[in-house]
Design a protein around this ligand. Sequence first.
Ligand code: FES
Length: 297
Amino acid sequence: MVVSNEPLSTGSTYGGSSIGAGETHAAAGPDTDVIATSAVSVDETRALVEPKTPDLSVFGPDIVAKAAQQIATYPESRSALLPMLHLVQSVEGYVSQAGIQFCANQLSLSTAEVSAVVTFYTMYKRKPCGEHLVSVCTNTLCAMLGGDAIYERLTQHLSDDGTPLKHEDTAGTPGEPGSITIEHAECLAACDLGPVLQVNYEFYDNQTVDTAVSLVDALRRGEKPAPTRGAPLTDLKTVELELAGFYPEDEAEFRTMVDGPSAAVETLRGAQLAADRGWTAPAMPEKAPELPEVEKK
Ligand code: FES
């Protein structure tokens, strides 16, 4: 059976029946393989097939200038796509259809090419995010040490109505102070400090269910508890601007934003043990061994 909502504004022949202007296929004859739905005009059909051009006014001259700066950093303009997506995320808190169109316009790419990148990387969000993004590591080691329990508890604790939040759901109104988007994350490269979580990509190490709940409660109250390591906590949009490559020019202000404790005692433990015991890595041979012949196929 053919279901047709094709516009029938001109006479045509379909299934052996002549169809006149204004008729539907069903009205055109006894062909029971064709049924009419509704007559849709050409303009209506076009509106369905061609998405509306998104409103790009949210990306003002300052953002266009920043995009130009990013493009100038690379020999090929398309190489600026990854930081440019962070730039648009710093404006809207996610990569909207307008953000995709903006990047495509700046880089002479198709929206399909930009979309392919956006949907590949998990740091690009397709839904508006909260003031803060809380990422709980639920990869194997953290999960076994309590990461699964932390994630489960936070998704319940942040819920308004008792229904646990899902991956990338937001508690509160996205973008508003105190709003939190929660996600589970793959290994955050801090397995020696698990279970870990991040807020706007800053680390909170050695978490428990209770410390994680206290942390999100503080965020909802508008506080910014100091991360265990790394830069002081800000908010997701500010971090996105940093990921796009933009920092304050004033050195003191810049230092305030990025300086913080870095290496953890746990991470350095192996190097410390080796130093205490005089262990060293074997020296490299003066002449590198010949590589084996690769068998030709
Ligand atoms: S498993 Fe969580 S940081 Fe590696």
